[in-house]
Design a protein around this ligand. Structure first.
Ligand code: 4FV
Length: 262
């Protein structure tokens, strides 16, 4: 996959390209990355990339001309690339959107600064607007790094044997179960016995229950959004029956008003 980033701070990406899975993907040839300094596409001697907003108001807006030239230049480098503007107005980044972007041949990330980019760039030169969350950053660079990290690790051949995107949180729409490693006991807390059993089916069942439980407790919305498989439905039905029993017996624990006990 070819990736280009358009930014007024290209050096911010030096460390990003040079570490971890991203570095490995570049070294392995799965990714070819390039940064374009938007200032290089200005025509004035002060390389101005922003200007005051029409209609007044606070802050500055990124000028359309340097951006349009930079986008054209990047597109000339990457055949059939999808242009992605990082902005709070965009679709929310999720594992599904990351999987969709990972299927593209080329991506061009546009990083805004100031109050944002001239709306005519967003409307006429951008294929897709993407947000990493409902908050305002001082620039799109960190958001582009988040999106690129989520996409690059999904590219075929990037994650090595032991690593697999398949068992990621959200890859099956659920939160992940807890992970444990040596020592068996830490601060007096032991690793769950089943994980030491070597019984792979029991381990898989335990992990599925933990994953369902974590998702039910922390993100029940995720469970409402996705179809359950038979085993998951059985587990949730078991839990709901157990809850019924507990609640039914609660009446038995209600203090007897005549006993004078609180
Ligand atoms: C953002 C976000 C974000 C808005 C104005 C950059 C800033 C400035 N990008 N997800 N949230 N961008 O806040 O992607 O130009």
């Amino acid at each position: 996959m070819q990736i280009a980033v358009l930014t007024i701070f290209p050096n911010m990406f030096d460390l990003f390209w040079d570490h971890g899975i991203v570095r490995r993907a570049i070294a392995g040839g799965q990714v070819r990355s390039e940064t374009f300094d938007i200032r290089a596409f200005t025509e004035d001697r002060h390389h101005v990339t922003d200007d005051r907003p029409y209609g007044g108001g606070c802050g500055m807006v990124m000028k359309p001309e340097p951006l349009a030239r930079a986008i054209t230049a990047a597109k000339a480098h990457i055949e059939g690339a999808v242009t992605v503007l990082m902005s709070p107005q965009g679709d929310k980044l999720s594992q599904q959107t990351a999987e969709g972007l990972a299927r593209q041949r080329g991506l061009i990330f546009i990083c805004g600064r100031y109050e944002g980019v001239d709306a005519r760039i967003a409307r006429c030169h951008v294929d897709y607007e993407l947000s990493i969350g409902d908050y305002v950053l001082s620039g799109g660079e960190l958001a582009a790094m988040v999106a690129m990290d989520a996409v690059i690790r999904l590219l075929p051949g990037v994650l090595g044997g032991a690593e697999s995107a398949a068992c990621d949180s959200f890859s099956n729409g659920l939160l992940e179960h807890g992970h444990y490693t040596r020592p068996r006991e830490f601060e007096g807390r032991a690793v769950p016995e089943v994980l030491l059993s070597g019984d792979h089916q029991a381990i898989a069942h335990w992990r599925q229950r933990m994953s369902l439980g974590e998702t039910f407790l922390r993100r029940p919305d995720l469970l409402e959004q996705r179809p359950l498989d038979d085993r998951e439905r059985t587990i949730l039905q078991e839990w709901s029956q157990a809850l019924e029993r507990i609640l039914k017996h609660q009446s038995a624990h209600r203090p007897d008003p005549l006993s004078g006990r609180q």
